[in-house]
Design a protein. Sequence first.
Length: 189
Amino acid sequence: MAVLRFPPNDRVIEDEAEIRVSLAALGIDYERWDLSRVGADASADAVLNAYAVEIERMKQRGGYVTADVIDVYPETPGLDAMLARFDKEHTHSEDEVRFILAGRGIFFLHLGDEVVSVEVGPGDMLRVPCGTTHWFTLCEDRRIRTIRWFQDTTGWTPNYTGTGVDADYQPLCFGPTYLGARANTTLSA
């Protein structure tokens, strides 16, 4: 389940309902979806078929025209270059929508004068609206499998802000090791 953090005051939210409400107040959609429909090693087609109802609902809701499954492992060729495209502050000209099937990652959201972060994991669905300033990185296991939605079949590209604010935040995930060491860890450099 997601973990939401507000670094300036080290506020951490781990309750699903509170995360949903807090993110909605920031213009970000968050939901939890059932993971029991397909096995962890199911093909992309099986995943898309298993979640066909939700995929269509999201398409209607956001004007998305296509959805796919991306599967990233530490051994994925070109992984460092792929991650480098998205770990700098940027925006997109369309929404970034992800339903996490496996692995974990962290979205940093630069909203006004505040940066918040949300770690996503299996079962989390997050929609970051177009134009939202953000960046993303994988957690320490460098693994993620997700359904992605697109409003344009050519996909999206990052529009970098060049502010450098992302350099002030370390890619820290909040899993079990974080939760035990929260008092000794800082997100902001």
